[in-house]
Design a protein around this ligand. Structure first.
Ligand code: G3H
Ligand code: ZN
Length: 301
């Protein structure tokens, strides 16, 4: 757990002040240090995270291995450690021992954990999220959940993006979000409002993502009904203007995986050092495009 600052306080303040906290997925262990270095050099507060898909599909190895790498290389004056996507039912529609994953994350000192009940019914999602909140809060750990469904991780073909956006496929329902937050006491919520996840299997995992947009009106309605920090998954490749508007309407954390993973994978086999530099450059580019240099000056006062 971060000894310098509390993730709950920083997220609340960021939400209030409309400052974006970027969260970077570690798909391979050597990506962690360049992410942390970029955050320190830019004086930006961010989150380093690993998801079950990063471990199962790529080279993050285990949540223990990521915690050890974090302990060795992270500068905790600028970052937190988050356990991303612990699905109850995974992208291949298999049941997951989510309770064990969450318990391990809490024991290993992760600052926050995400229970992903997006493939469950509304009632089951509430029930399991509330259980995780209870378990995590007892240990001073924050919880992120997902309501609605940010598509793209599933091992099946997606409808065309325009159809997803126009028909609002998987979108979070504002009224359900209100009830969900009240009943679970979750700390922040991943919402589906136009973004999609980069693919994590097959040939598609190497392709450039489509440039997604955000339904700002829909997001504003969710924000108005929930009043807690909201999270944008599938952060790679979203139109920057949309992100800027989204920040004004409750988005506080953005998850970025594909963009930095692909930067690393392009050279990881030929030159490890350059691959790490590519990650740092990509993270700095993201910080630059969202204009969140020096966010530490505001968030740590
Ligand atoms: O939880 C991880 C993120 O949602 C990453 O999404 O790979 O599309 O950037 P992305
Ligand atoms: Zn995600």
């Amino acid at each position: 757990m971060n000894p310098f600052m509390k993730i709950s306080q920083v997220m609340r303040l960021a939400y209030k002040k409309h400052i974006l906290i970027p969260a970077f997925n570690v798909a391979y262990l050597p990506m962690l240090k360049p992410i942390s270095d970029a955050l320190s050099e830019c004086n930006t507060i961010g989150i380093i995270e690993v998801s079950r898909p990063d471990i199962m599909n790529f080279g993050a190895k285990s949540i223990e291995a990521v915690a050890a790498e974090y302990e060795k290389f992270a500068n905790e004056k600028f970052c937190f450690l988050h356990l991303d996507h612990v699905p109850v039912i995974d992208e291949n529609f298999t049941d997951v021992d989510w309770e064990q994953w969450i318990k391990n994350g809490i024991e290993l000192g992760y600052d926050s954990v995400m229970i992903d009940g997006s493939r469950l019914s509304f009632e089951e999602n509430i029930r399991i999220t509330a259980t995780v909140v209870e378990m995590a809060h007892r240990n001073g750990v924050c919880v992120e959940a997902e309501l609605g469904s940010v598509l793209g991780h599933e091992n099946k073909k997606l409808p065309p993006y325009e159809e997803i956006f126009e028909k609002k496929i998987g979108f979070t329902q504002p009224e359900e979000a209100k009830i969900f937050v009240e009943k679970t006491n979750v700390d922040w919520l991943s919402v589906s409002v136009g973004s999609i996840h980069g693919a994590i299997s097959g040939a598609a995992k190497n392709q450039k993502k489509i440039c997604a947009r955000i339904d700002i009106k829909h997001l504003a309605e969710i924000n108005q009904k929930t009043s807690i920090p909201l999270v944008l998954h599938g952060g790679s490749g979203i139109q920057v203007d949309c992100i800027k508007e989204a920040i004004k309407n409750g988005i506080t954390k953005i998850n970025i995986g594909t963009e930095i993973r692909q930067a690393y994978e392009q050279v990881m086999e030929s030159d490890q050092k350059i691959a790490e530099k590519m990650v740092k450059k990509a993270v700095m580019g993201i910080i630059d495009s969202y204009q969140i240099y020096n966010s530490a000056d505001v968030l740590l006062t």
